[in-house]
Design a binder for this molecule. Structure first.
Ligand code: AGP
Length: 600
């Protein structure tokens, strides 16, 4: 996730762009840059680091002009350094372009461009676009942009400028957000409304497939065949704080609702007709060991079941805080997968170092390019964008999605899956963003149940097999943001002790999804009911049996049982959020916690 901005008017573009970028910093902040037109070509300023670093660069080397574009980066392709910071340009620096998204087929296009003699300066996927514009430019920027877009596959919000058209910005959207601000004789574009709120409240939403042209004459909206589209602007009534949260009350809720898009990003370019393609080579291994902390550990736990079931390979999991104190006897044939959203968790970093010391192959699954862990080990990125809420939600589902891909790929390479099974899993993965979106649409059902149980003091989350880590995650979410006592338990363990706790004061939340452990879990549900606990069940909407146990149901769409944990966790995230909000807790910054724990 990155943020883009654009300005055309009479003000000094660099200061308007800087203001906008500061308001989009929540979308990423590993590098930033801008380009303006001043009648003498394209003037650029860019650097690694936060917007403050760019501000310092601009103070010593100001760039002047009234038309410009800017970018704050959250690296996905290429390290966060000065060169890879946007804007990017063509061979002769006649064009500058900023991009939020991922170009899936950039490698094949880059190869063609290199053969044709184009000179590349960065490791980014984005850089191919200004080079394509360079080829197609014939005095009209939007025309060249449209022709370039016909060649690329992926997601984007793009803004471009050309030295020969100093009073024009051309932009386009496909799968990444883009809005236009309309002021008096001035125009803005941005990934999100807050970027231009200090200047105007009149906005226009750009839809997928559309191209926008900003000139002093106004805003022109075109479809991909350059046909004009009419759209009326609307007035933004949110205050600035609300606007940053996209109209949601808290970042956590916004991030929960971003999950369909996040999963699409995690999958982008990785699903192929006959399998899974990952950006890095995974060394051959005979055993896999997963590790992480907190929510990342819960993702690692499910990863273990997936490696066992999809790749038929021995898999183990350990908390990263325990990892280096065990005698694990790792070897070259063991793949250690370290899961960490931030890539900075001290214990997980120490586990990575220990695994390397013991000679194991190490792979990181992280959200942050350039993080400490990503510098220690080859990394696969979850591409969830920056997560502001301390409670991990969208980064968790992106970790799960990526671990599933990893296990599926291992299964395919070991011939542990039939081609029929593979096809079925690919089909389900393609449907996943839509299934997540359908699940989240049932927020009002969760709201009703959250209201009923918000004042209760004890929650017990129960699940077996792949749903056991989901039970742990559901309990963790509730504890950390609502300060209610909650336990996650392997449902089969209940009768070995914790059942003694159960009485009418306990709320049990059981994961009764159709799977090989369904009937056993239902038996555990009966045990809970027999002891008068209140009961909430998570089940498929096609399951007509569950309503005989309780009226408190979170119903989710059907998918393969190995994938259903990714859907099952969603109502539990919402339940924790809604209870926390109802109790008036500080949802995004719960007490005693930090987003990344860099001490052991
Ligand atoms: C989750 O809601 C927590 N904030 C916490 O458990 C977190 O997952 C853990 O600290 C690990 O962080 P990491 O993924 O950045 O390594």
């Amino acid at each position: 996730m990155c943020g883009i901005v654009g300005y055309l008017g009479e003000k000094e573009a660099s200061s308007v762009l800087l203001e906008g970028l500061k308001r989009l910093e929540y979308r990423g902040y590993d590098s930033a840059g801008m380009a303006v037109l001043n009648g003498n070509g394209v003037a650029k300023a860019k650097c690694a680091g936060k917007i403050a670093a760019l501000e310092t660069v601009l103070l010593s080397q100001p760039i002047h002009g009234h038309t410009g574009i800017g970018h704050t980066r959250w690296a996905t392709h290429g390290r966060p350094n000065d060169e890879n910071a946007h804007p990017h340009s063509d061979c002769k620096n006649r064009f500058a372009l900023v991009h939020n998204g991922i170009i899936e087929n950039y490698l094949e296009i880059k190869e063609k461009l290199l053969k044709a003699g184009h000179h590349f300066r960065t490791e980014t996927d984005t850089e191919i676009i200004p080079h394509l514009i360079e080829i197609y430019y014939n005095g009209n920027l939007e025309e060249a942009l449209i022709r370039s877009l016909h060649e690329i596959r992926g997601s984007y919000a793009i803004a471009a400028i050309a030295e020969d058209e100093p009073q024009k910005i051309a932009a386009a959207r496909m799968g990444s957000p883009l809005v236009i601000g309309i002021g008096k004789g001035e125009y803005f574009l941005a990934s999100d409304i807050p970027a231009f709120l200090p200047f105007t409240r009149d906005a226009l939403i750009v839809e997928d497939g559309e191209v926008i042209v900003l000139t002093p004459e106004g805003v022109k909206l075109l479809d991909s065949h350059q046909k004009k589209i009419e759209r009326t602007s609307f007035r933004v009534l949110w205050d600035t704080a609300m606007a940053e949260k996209g109209g949601y009350k808290h970042f956590m809720l916004k991030e929960i609702h971003e999950q369909p898009d996040v999963i699409s990003e995690t999958l982008a370019g990785r699903l192929k007709p006959n399998g899974i393609s990952l950006e890095i080579e995974i060394p051959k291994f005979e055993r896999v060991f997963l590790t992480g902390a907190g929510t990342a550990y819960h993702a690692a736990m499910i990863g273990k079941y997936w490696f066992e079931n999809l790749a038929k390979i021995p898999a183990e999991v350990e908390l990263s805080s325990e990892f280096r104190y065990r005698n694990l006897h790792l070897s070259k044939k063991t793949l250690v997968v370290a899961v960490s959203q931030s890539g900075e968790t001290a214990d997980t970093l120490a586990a990575v170092r220990e695994a390397k010391k013991q000679g194991a192959s190490v792979l990181a699954v992280t959200n942050v390019m350039g993080s400490s862990i990503s510098r220690e080990a080859p990394s696969l990125y979850t591409r969830a964008g920056i997560e502001i809420g301390v409670a991990a939600t969208k980064t968790y589902v992106s970790q799960l999605t990526l671990l599933f891909l990893l296990a599926l790929k291992a299964g395919l390479e070991r011939e542990a899956l039939s081609s029929e099974e593979m096809k079925m899993f690919l089909k389900e993965l393609y449907r996943l963003p839509e299934l997540v979106s359908l699940t989240l649409k049932k927020e009002s059902d969760v709201k009703h149940i959250a209201k009923l149980f918000a004042s209760r003091k004890d929650f017990l989350y129960l699940g077996r097999h792949v749903y056991y880590p989901i039970a742990l995650e559901g309990a963790l979410k509730l504890k950390e943001i609502s300060y209610i006592h909650a336990e996650g338990y392997a449902a089969g363990e209940m009768k070995h002790g914790p059942i003694a706790l159960i009485d009418e004061n306990v709320v049990a939340v059981a994961l009764t999804l159709k799977s090989p452990v369904y009937e056993k879990t239902i038996s555990n549900v009966e045990e809970v009911l027999a002891r008068d606990a209140s009961l909430i069940l998570v089940a498929e909407e096609t399951n007509k049996q569950v309503s005989k146990y309780t009226n408190h149901l979170f119903l989710i769409p059907e998918t393969h049982w190995l994938l259903s944990p990714i859907l099952a966790v969603l109502p539990l995230q919402l339940l924790a959020y809604l209870i926390s909000d109802k109790k008036g807790c500080d949802v995004d910054q719960p007490r005693n916690l930090a987003k990344s724990v860099t001490v052991e």
